[in-house]
Design a binder for this molecule. Structure first.
Ligand code: NAD
Length: 502
């Protein structure tokens, strides 16, 4: 489709095909490395959303009865298609998000792992059976799908985050309406097309592009039974409240401020490599990025020097040119991150490396900001309190392990954290004491594998169940327990007492 000025218009995917919507509203999609608008994206109306939910409701009625073999045959075929086309997907991610190609390929790989997990749904969904819970009475448990579920995803992982949810939801027998980020909508449409090519019946996976209006319509629609949301904390909190009020099951994953604690006995080269990788990979636009480095003295001087030395070798530029770090996602976001750098300086933090001075290997109009390192950051500065979601790493110096844990636990977020040490006892104590959902020991970005579940604590997750793994299966299914007796001549007659074992 193209708009009045010839621009490509990205629409929706409903009932097995690409469609345009009713809404007149459109958003701009940019190539962040050139700063040029590359497409317009339709912003769905409530009526567009209702059309997608209705298609999903029709499809869900048949899909819940599809055998496990039929469901997994589709997932295996989809896995093959994504695997064969992973480079194409990475290119689409880089063109709209800006992250470097190798990083985009890594995101596709993590998504593939969830598809592979979902291929094992016959085991993951298996119930239990107890023979003779009472004389000649058996009891067994089942897990059944919910119906239509909504997935609302953020800009920073346009493939991996939708794939945290969609394969598991579909494997469990649900139909899905996905609302991707309006900043990078193209990859989601490819995933939906490839699912159809893999044999998924029309309507089981639908994609509506849009913004708050589409999200609100999904949260309020009575046909949507559950919502999986990933995004910033204020929106996650809002989504959790609004969808819960509408009687839906909700998991809403929010923002983060992830701390990496470096103890005095740590291997400082390993810690410096990890801080650079986790601080500046994907330009810091990762919910598991390290943004606060807690240096337990006396390591700070040596550690900061090693990090700065490594940062001097990083190349910022167009993600298609083999650079280490790409641009930020939009001009407005780059401006916002830049203003944090200014506020950090104004508050008295020491800018060891100032990313505003970067010379990017890319178009002058790209949304650039180089990696930035602040030392002597204190907990009341906004560069410490706020999720910046950019390539800004803040070093906070503390005097002891206890001070470090206290700082991490006082933070409102609890997504990921890491400790660097060679002392197993200290690491064990940290993983026990820290109030964070995902913990790394000498691993800076401890993203759980697909067969575990991904999720943070406190303001990083509203709801109970985490994404994928056993929690994902529990989230997308309802438990049912059946107690059965096949009649026998000795069935016991009338008895008004409460059933107990006999
Ligand atoms: P965002 O909250 O702006 O948007 C997320 C989704 O919500 C998008 O689909 C967007 O269209 C929609 N949305 C935005 N504003 C809304 C509103 N007012 N009402 C209803 N819907 C709205 O987040 P983002 O900028 O796309 O993504 C970055 C954020 O996501 C960061 O805070 C990051 O930490 C977080 N994130 C968290 C995780 C996690 O697992 N906890 C993973 C990835 C990203």
């Amino acid at each position: 489709m193209s708009g009045a000025d010839g621009a490509t218009v990205i629409g929706h995917f409903i009932d097995g095909k690409r469609v345009g919507g009713d809404s007149e509203r459109r958003g701009d999609v940019f190539d962040p490395a050139t700063g040029r608008r590359t497409a317009l994206v339709e912003l769905a109306s409530a009526a567009d959303v209702a059309g997608a939910v209705e298609a999903a409701e029709r499809a869900a009625r048949a899909w819940r009865d599809a055998s496990l073999s039929k469901r997994t045959a589709v997932l295996f075929a989809f896995r093959e298609l994504v695997n064969a086309r992973r480079d194409r997907l990475a290119e689409v991610i880089t063109a709209e998000h800006g992250k470097v190609l190798a990083d985009a390929a890594g995101e596709v790989q993590r998504g593939l792992e969830v598809i592979e997990y979902a291929c094992g749904i016959p085991s993951a969904m298996r119930g239990g059976f107890s023979e003779n819970v009472s004389t000649e009475v058996d009891s067994y448990s089942l897990r059944q799908p919910l119906g239509v579920v909504a997935v609302i995803s953020p800009f920073n992982f346009p493939v991996m985050v939708p794939l945290w949810f969609i394969p598991v939801a579909i494997a469990c027998g649900n139909a899905v309406v996905l609302k991707p980020s309006e900043k990078d909508p193209s990859a989601a449409l490819l995933l939906a097309e490839w699912f159809t090519e893999a044999g998924l019946p029309d309507g089981v996976l639908n994609v509506v592009n849009g913004d708050k209006e589409a999200v609100d319509a999904l949260l309020d629609h009575p046909g949507v039974k559950a919502v999986s949301f990933v995004g910033s904390t204020p929106v996650a909190r809002y989504v959790h409240q609004r969808a819960s009020m509408a009687g839906k099951r909700v998991q809403a994953l929010g923002g983060a401020k992830n701390h990496m604690v470096v103890l005095p006995d740590a291997d400082l080269d390993l810690a410096a490599d990890a801080a650079v990788n986790a601080g500046f990979g994907s330009a810091g636009e990762r919910c598991m990025a390290i943004s606060a480095l807690v240096a337990v003295e006396p390591v700070a001087d040596a550690l900061v020097a090693k990090i700065a030395e490594r940062m001097a070798r990083l190349r910022t530029g167009d993600g298609r040119r083999g650079c280490d770090m790409g641009p930020l996602v939009t001009a407005a976001h780059a401006e916002r991150v830049r203003s944090y750098v200014e506020s950090g300086i104004a508050a008295g933090a020491v800018p060891v490396v100032d990313g505003r001075e970067v010379t990017p290997d890319g178009d002058a109009d790209g949304f650039w900001l180089g990696p930035t390192l602040f030392d002597h950051v204190t907990p009341e500065m906004s560069i410490y309190t706020d999720e910046i979601f950019g390539p800004v790493l803040s070093v906070v110096r503390v005097g002891s392990y206890d001070e470090a844990v206290e700082l991490v636990n006082a933070n409102p977020y609890g997504n990921g954290t890491a400790i660097f040490t060679n002392d197993g006892g200290a690491a064990r104590r940290y993983q026990h004491e820290v109030e964070v959902g995902m913990v790394g020991v000498n691993v800076p970005i401890p993203v759980p594998m697909a067969y575990y579940s991904f999720g943070g604590w406190k303001a990083s997750l509203f709801g109970d169940l985490h994404a994928h793994g056993a929690d994902g299966v529990a989230f997308y299914t309802r438990g049912k327990v059946v107690t059965s007796r096949w009649l026998d001549p000795r069935h016991g007659g009338v008895n008004l007492g409460f059933p107990t074992q006999s």
